[in-house]
Design a protein around this ligand. Structure first.
Ligand SMILES: [Zn+2]
Length: 108
């Protein structure tokens, strides 16, 4: 399991970066620390904390947490890897009947 390092943007990207102000980056020991954000290209610095080793979220955990994760398999076609009973395995953007029922899983 490669370690994850936490990084911070030197300046708050204020929504311009999909990773947010702080993010974690998986890094193998021989890699040099990142100096720019792999997501938006802005300058970043590595957090002072030592590497943390922590497992990724597995699909089944995401499901238990109530998330729906879709993986794109083709243009407009997604696999619902956190499929619950009664949900379609493949979601076709052109076929609304294949969409998971998000009202059941997303709570305010
Ligand atoms: Zn960024």
């Amino acid at each position: 399991m490669p370690p994850f390092y936490s990084y911070c943007h030197l300046e708050d990207p204020a929504g311009a970066c999909p990773a947010g102000f702080e993010f974690e980056w998986e890094q193998v020991a021989r890699d040099l620390p990142l100096t720019v954000c792999p997501h938006c290209g802005a300058k970043v610095e590595r957090g002072l904390t030592a590497a943390t080793i922590r497992p990724r979220k597995f699909n089944c955990e995401l499901k238990d947490l109530g998330f729906t994760k879709l993986v794109r398999v083709d243009d407009g076609l997604f696999e619902n890897v956190t499929r619950r009973p009664g949900e379609e395995k493949y979601i076709d953007r052109r076929r609304p009947e294949t969409f998971p029922d998000l009202s059941k899983t997303v709570k305010d």
